[in-house]
Design a binder for this molecule. Structure first.
Ligand SMILES: Nc1ncnc2c1ncn2[C@@H]1O[C@H](COP(=O)(O)OP(=O)(O)OP(=O)(O)O)[C@@H](O)[C@H]1O
Ligand SMILES: [Mg+2]
Length: 167
Protein backbone atom coordinates (compact mmCIF):
# COMPACT_ATOMS: atom_id res chain seq x y z
CA UNK A 1 0.00 0.00 0.00
CA UNK A 2 1.32 3.43 -0.94
CA UNK A 3 0.19 6.87 0.12
CA UNK A 4 1.26 10.33 -0.86
CA UNK A 5 1.41 12.67 2.12
CA UNK A 6 1.43 16.22 0.83
CA UNK A 7 2.62 18.06 3.93
CA UNK A 8 3.39 17.74 7.61
CA UNK A 9 -0.30 17.88 8.62
CA UNK A 10 -1.08 14.95 6.35
CA UNK A 11 1.86 13.07 7.77
CA UNK A 12 0.52 13.53 11.31
CA UNK A 13 -3.06 12.71 10.26
CA UNK A 14 -1.93 9.50 8.60
CA UNK A 15 0.11 8.61 11.69
CA UNK A 16 -3.01 9.02 13.78
CA UNK A 17 -5.01 6.68 11.55
CA UNK A 18 -2.15 4.20 11.56
CA UNK A 19 -1.98 4.44 15.34
CA UNK A 20 -5.67 3.63 15.65
CA UNK A 21 -5.43 0.75 13.18
CA UNK A 22 -2.60 -0.77 15.25
CA UNK A 23 -4.98 -1.07 18.22
CA UNK A 24 -2.29 -0.66 20.85
CA UNK A 25 0.19 -3.33 19.94
CA UNK A 26 2.70 -4.49 17.39
CA UNK A 27 6.14 -3.56 16.13
CA UNK A 28 6.37 -0.93 13.42
CA UNK A 29 9.65 -0.16 11.66
CA UNK A 30 9.97 3.31 10.18
CA UNK A 31 12.64 3.39 7.52
CA UNK A 32 13.74 6.20 5.24
CA UNK A 33 16.58 8.65 4.85
CA UNK A 34 17.25 11.53 7.25
CA UNK A 35 14.36 13.95 7.38
CA UNK A 36 11.75 11.85 5.60
CA UNK A 37 9.26 12.31 8.44
CA UNK A 38 9.67 9.28 10.71
CA UNK A 39 9.40 11.29 13.93
CA UNK A 40 6.53 13.34 12.48
CA UNK A 41 4.65 10.12 11.72
CA UNK A 42 5.35 8.94 15.27
CA UNK A 43 3.80 12.17 16.59
CA UNK A 44 0.60 11.18 14.77
CA UNK A 45 0.73 7.63 16.10
CA UNK A 46 1.07 8.96 19.66
CA UNK A 47 -1.91 11.23 19.09
CA UNK A 48 -4.07 8.17 18.53
CA UNK A 49 -3.29 7.23 22.15
CA UNK A 50 -4.02 10.67 23.56
CA UNK A 51 -0.59 12.33 23.48
CA UNK A 52 -0.59 15.92 22.24
CA UNK A 53 2.87 17.08 23.19
CA UNK A 54 6.09 17.47 21.27
CA UNK A 55 7.96 14.36 20.24
CA UNK A 56 11.72 14.38 20.41
CA UNK A 57 13.62 11.56 18.85
CA UNK A 58 15.35 9.63 21.64
CA UNK A 59 18.58 9.55 19.65
CA UNK A 60 20.89 9.25 22.66
CA UNK A 61 18.66 7.31 25.05
CA UNK A 62 17.52 4.99 22.20
CA UNK A 63 13.99 4.66 23.56
CA UNK A 64 11.28 6.87 25.03
CA UNK A 65 8.40 5.08 26.72
CA UNK A 66 5.00 6.83 26.73
CA UNK A 67 2.44 5.63 29.25
CA UNK A 68 -0.79 7.03 27.89
CA UNK A 69 -4.49 6.72 28.51
CA UNK A 70 -4.83 4.75 25.29
CA UNK A 71 -1.96 2.39 26.11
CA UNK A 72 1.79 2.00 26.28
CA UNK A 73 3.90 3.15 23.34
CA UNK A 74 7.69 2.73 23.09
CA UNK A 75 9.37 5.06 20.62
CA UNK A 76 12.82 3.82 19.59
CA UNK A 77 15.40 5.75 17.57
CA UNK A 78 18.38 3.55 16.78
CA UNK A 79 20.30 6.09 14.68
CA UNK A 80 23.16 6.23 17.18
CA UNK A 81 23.14 2.55 18.01
CA UNK A 82 26.69 1.29 17.70
CA UNK A 83 26.16 -2.28 18.76
CA UNK A 84 22.90 -4.19 19.37
CA UNK A 85 24.38 -5.08 22.79
CA UNK A 86 23.39 -1.56 23.84
CA UNK A 87 19.78 -2.61 23.31
CA UNK A 88 20.30 -5.48 25.74
CA UNK A 89 21.70 -3.05 28.36
CA UNK A 90 18.64 -0.81 28.22
CA UNK A 91 16.27 -3.78 28.48
CA UNK A 92 15.22 -3.57 24.85
CA UNK A 93 14.23 -7.21 24.71
CA UNK A 94 11.63 -6.76 27.46
CA UNK A 95 10.37 -3.50 25.98
CA UNK A 96 9.82 -5.19 22.62
CA UNK A 97 8.03 -8.12 24.25
CA UNK A 98 5.72 -5.88 26.31
CA UNK A 99 2.06 -5.68 25.49
CA UNK A 100 2.88 -2.34 23.99
CA UNK A 101 3.12 -0.66 20.65
CA UNK A 102 6.75 -0.30 19.53
CA UNK A 103 7.63 2.29 16.90
CA UNK A 104 11.23 1.99 15.73
CA UNK A 105 13.14 4.61 13.74
CA UNK A 106 16.36 3.44 12.01
CA UNK A 107 15.63 -0.28 12.49
CA UNK A 108 18.49 -1.02 10.03
CA UNK A 109 20.88 -0.30 12.90
CA UNK A 110 19.40 -3.16 14.90
CA UNK A 111 19.24 -5.65 12.06
CA UNK A 112 19.88 -9.20 13.17
CA UNK A 113 18.82 -8.35 16.71
CA UNK A 114 15.32 -6.93 16.29
CA UNK A 115 12.46 -9.41 15.96
CA UNK A 116 10.44 -9.50 12.74
CA UNK A 117 8.18 -6.43 12.61
CA UNK A 118 4.46 -6.51 12.00
CA UNK A 119 4.73 -3.60 9.63
CA UNK A 120 7.45 -1.69 7.81
CA UNK A 121 6.66 1.86 6.74
CA UNK A 122 9.18 3.18 4.23
CA UNK A 123 9.21 6.94 3.79
CA UNK A 124 10.73 8.75 0.85
CA UNK A 125 10.94 12.35 -0.28
CA UNK A 126 8.33 13.17 -2.94
CA UNK A 127 8.80 16.94 -2.91
CA UNK A 128 7.07 18.83 -1.59
CA UNK A 129 5.62 15.89 0.36
CA UNK A 130 6.48 12.34 1.23
CA UNK A 131 5.63 8.91 -0.12
CA UNK A 132 4.79 6.20 2.41
CA UNK A 133 4.96 2.51 1.46
CA UNK A 134 3.50 -0.02 3.87
CA UNK A 135 4.55 -3.65 3.94
CA UNK A 136 3.11 -6.23 6.35
CA UNK A 137 5.04 -9.21 7.70
CA UNK A 138 2.55 -10.79 10.12
CA UNK A 139 -1.20 -11.39 10.41
CA UNK A 140 -1.45 -8.35 12.67
CA UNK A 141 0.40 -6.24 10.11
CA UNK A 142 -1.87 -7.46 7.30
CA UNK A 143 -4.97 -6.68 9.39
CA UNK A 144 -3.65 -3.15 9.99
CA UNK A 145 -3.09 -2.55 6.27
CA UNK A 146 -6.56 -3.95 5.48
CA UNK A 147 -8.14 -1.65 8.07
CA UNK A 148 -6.35 1.38 6.60
CA UNK A 149 -7.32 0.43 3.06
CA UNK A 150 -10.97 -0.04 4.05
CA UNK A 151 -10.99 3.30 5.87
CA UNK A 152 -9.51 5.12 2.88
CA UNK A 153 -12.32 3.80 0.66
CA UNK A 154 -15.03 5.35 2.84
CA UNK A 155 -16.44 8.56 1.33
CA UNK A 156 -14.77 11.63 2.79
CA UNK A 157 -12.15 9.54 4.57
CA UNK A 158 -8.73 10.97 5.32
CA UNK A 159 -6.92 13.81 3.60
CA UNK A 160 -4.07 11.88 2.14
CA UNK A 161 -4.57 10.18 -1.16
CA UNK A 162 -3.58 6.83 -2.42
CA UNK A 163 -0.62 7.08 -4.74
CA UNK A 164 -2.04 4.50 -7.11
CA UNK A 165 -1.52 0.82 -7.50
CA UNK A 166 1.66 0.94 -9.54
CA UNK A 167 3.53 -1.18 -7.02
N1 LIG B 1 4.60 14.77 4.46
C1 LIG B 1 5.48 15.76 4.64
N2 LIG B 1 5.62 16.73 3.74
C2 LIG B 1 6.52 17.71 3.89
N3 LIG B 1 7.34 17.85 4.97
C3 LIG B 1 7.25 16.91 5.93
C4 LIG B 1 6.32 15.82 5.83
N4 LIG B 1 6.48 15.05 6.93
C5 LIG B 1 7.44 15.61 7.68
N5 LIG B 1 7.92 16.72 7.09
C6 LIG B 1 9.01 17.60 7.56
O1 LIG B 1 10.24 16.91 7.39
C7 LIG B 1 11.17 17.33 8.38
C8 LIG B 1 11.83 16.14 9.00
O2 LIG B 1 10.86 15.41 9.72
P1 LIG B 1 11.24 14.36 10.84
O3 LIG B 1 12.11 14.94 11.86
O4 LIG B 1 9.97 13.75 11.26
O5 LIG B 1 12.09 13.31 9.97
P2 LIG B 1 12.86 12.01 10.47
O6 LIG B 1 12.69 11.02 9.38
O7 LIG B 1 12.40 11.62 11.82
O8 LIG B 1 14.37 12.49 10.54
P3 LIG B 1 15.62 11.73 11.21
O9 LIG B 1 16.10 10.75 10.18
O10 LIG B 1 16.59 12.83 11.45
O11 LIG B 1 15.13 11.07 12.46
C9 LIG B 1 10.40 18.19 9.35
O12 LIG B 1 10.68 19.55 9.08
C10 LIG B 1 8.95 17.88 9.04
O13 LIG B 1 8.11 18.98 9.29
MG1 LIG C 1 13.52 11.17 13.60
Amino acid sequence: MQLRLDDEDHQVAFGERLGRALAGHGRVHLTGELGTGKTTLTRGILRAYGYRGAVKSPTYTLVEPYTLEGGLVHHFDLYRLGDPEELEFIGGRDLLADEALCVIEWPERGEGWLPVPDLVVTLALAEPGRLATLEAFTDHGRAVVDRLAAASLRPGAGHDREAGRAS
